[in-house]
Write a protein that binds this ligand. Structure first.
Ligand code: UGA
Length: 473
């Protein structure tokens, strides 16, 4: 396999063969139980596989073993409790134990960003060494963590170096496309399943593992026994690049619409309508054209920068990607400028902030625009009353306990109380349903800066707010 192809007749035949062949179901081991690993492990358990998991963070592993997810993700706690009870998901003490028990090992450890923009792959390397040393019969090692193209090559080299001559293993790449906040639903409704493989055995094992999911999807769309249209089988490097390209493309769409939103502000056009008109072209598509405070989270910013580094290392001109990053980096400034325009002097003013997570549906604040904006407003002497339905705990841990001027609120109304301005940074559904009359009455001066275009400008003005949003007149 040298090029990316949709599942072929050969794949379909392999899938059918795996349905009839009486084989002992392989135990799946998921190494790294974070935002990728835990939903993946539980998704496979739900599909009927026996899954073991391990994490080098013992405290996190214990918490999971006790039935509690270390982070908020809808449906996850319920799935966790059910599959701990059914015995289909077990948390093992060490990564070594998971390597011993698992036949197919999904590597889901973190690949954080280093200061130079490149990915820190030390956790991946450490797992590869452990796997190499612990090989006890054939294993399929599956890279699931988002890693720069050619990481699988290094995993293979590392395992080969440490495996003491036992070369019964394959390395495959099966990138995840789960979104935080909808990870469980995404697992069961994939747009595509990308399999980077180098051997027929690896391919049929992975197809077997995904077979229950593919069958479910087939039943849903009613296209007979199998639906391999979701499967892309390709080589390792192409699979890695599909993942990196996907996130970079999503980031590009967001920065593009944010650039358009600046143009709209400069000319008096409406970015919501521009996005609508653009998105109606099926070649462009409506998704990821919401202008706002920019993209955050653990994936888009990091994966974009990693791809920039990969391009630079290979002598490829990545000016386009750098521009995407630059536009995103300047979004916080853009929002701060709106606060300045509204309040003139920040020092001594009270600003309520609604939404701290990098997006709704999660408690994750990594690379959230809110962090930069909070720091800057505090530096300028504002008193901040902040609220988020899920992320307050993480924000409390992010800022030191003696941070002056930062007040954590239990409700959006508390955040609005006595405020000179209210700034919306995350589009949580509960903010859509606010009692605006009450909010207005609570505020000292009813200024609302909506960095996610959550409200209708005419409605807000009708409620007596001095209202500004992003890219709209
Ligand atoms: C992203 C990808 O969407 C997933 O497919 C991928 O699996 C995941 O990264 C990953 O690599 O693990 P995620 O980081 O959970 O998922 O969040 P997104 O839904 O992509 O949103 C990212 C950021 O873009 C958020 O801050 C969101 O507010 C922002 N965004 C999104 C916009 O500003 N405008 C939009 O139109 C869409």
């Amino acid at each position: 396999m040298t090029s990316s192809i949709e599942a072929t007749a050969g794949d379909r035949a392999a899938l059918k063969r795996t349905r009839t062949r009486p084989v002992k179901p392989p135990t799946l081991a998921v190494i790294g139980l974070g935002h990728v690993g835990l939903p993946t492990a539980l998704g496979f358990a739900e599909l009927g596989w026996e899954v073991v998991g391990a994490d080098c963070d013992a405290e996190k592993a214990n918490q999971i073993a006790g039935g509690q997810s270390p982070f908020f993700e809808p449906r996850l706690d319920d799935m966790l409790r059910r599959h701990l009870a059914s015995g289909r998901f077990r948390v093992l003490r060490t990564v070594q134990d998971a390597v011993d028990e698992g036949k197919v090992l999904f590597v889901c450890v973190g690949t954080p960003q280093r200061t130079d923009g490149s990915a820190d792959l030390s956790q991946v390397e450490a797992v590869a060494r452990t796997i190499g040393r612990g090989l006890n019969g054939y294993k399929l090692i599956v890279e699931k963590s988002t890693s720069p193209v050619r990481t699988a090559e290094q995993i293979k080299r590392t395992i080969a170096r440490y495996c003491n001559g036992n070369r019964e293993f394959d390395v495959a790449v099966n990138p995840e496309f789960l979104r935080e906040g909808t990870a469980c639903a995404d697992f069961f409704n994939p747009d595509r399943i990308v399999l980077g493989v180098e051997s027929e055995h690896a391919r049929s094992l992975l197809l077997e593992i995904y077979r229950p999911l593919l069958d479910r999807l087939s039943h849903r769309v009613g296209v007979g026994a199998t639906n391999n249209g979701h499967v892309v089988v390709t080589d390792l490097k192409t699979a890695e690049l599909i993942k990196q390209a996907s996130n970079a493309f999503l980031a590009t769409k967001i920065s593009f619409i944010n650039l358009m939103s600046d143009l709209c502000e400069a000319t008096g056009a409406d970015v919501g309508e521009v996005a609508h008109g653009l998105g109606l072209d099926p070649r462009i598509g409506a998704a990821f054209l919401r202008a706002g405070a920019g993209f955050g989270g653990y994936c888009l910013p990091k994966d974009l920068r990693t791809l920039i580094r990969v391009g630079e290392d290979h002598g490829v001109d990545v000016a386009l990607l750098r521009a995407v990053d630059h536009i995103n980096e300047s979004r916080a400034e853009r929002i701060l400028k709106k606060v300045h325009q509204a309040l003139w002097i920040i020092g001594g003013k009270t600003v309520g902030i609604l939404g701290l997570a990098f997006k709704p549906g999660t408690d994750d604040i990594r690379e959230a625009p809110s962090l930069k904006i909070i720091s800057r407003l505090l530096e300028e002497g504002a008193r901040l009353q902040v609220h988020d339905p899920k992320a307050i705990g993480n924000v409390t841990r992010h800022f030191s306990a003696d941070t002056q001027g930062l007040v954590y609120c239990d409700s959006p109304y508390d955040a609005a109380h006595g405020a000179n301005a209210l700034l919306v940074l995350t589009e949580w559904d509960e903010y859509r349903a606010l009692d605006l009359v009450r909010i207005r009455r609570l505020m000292d001066t009813p200024i609302l800066i909506d960095a996610r275009n959550l409200y209708e400008p005419a409605l807000m003005r009708g409620h007596g707010f001095e209202y500004s949003s992003v890219g709209r007149p």
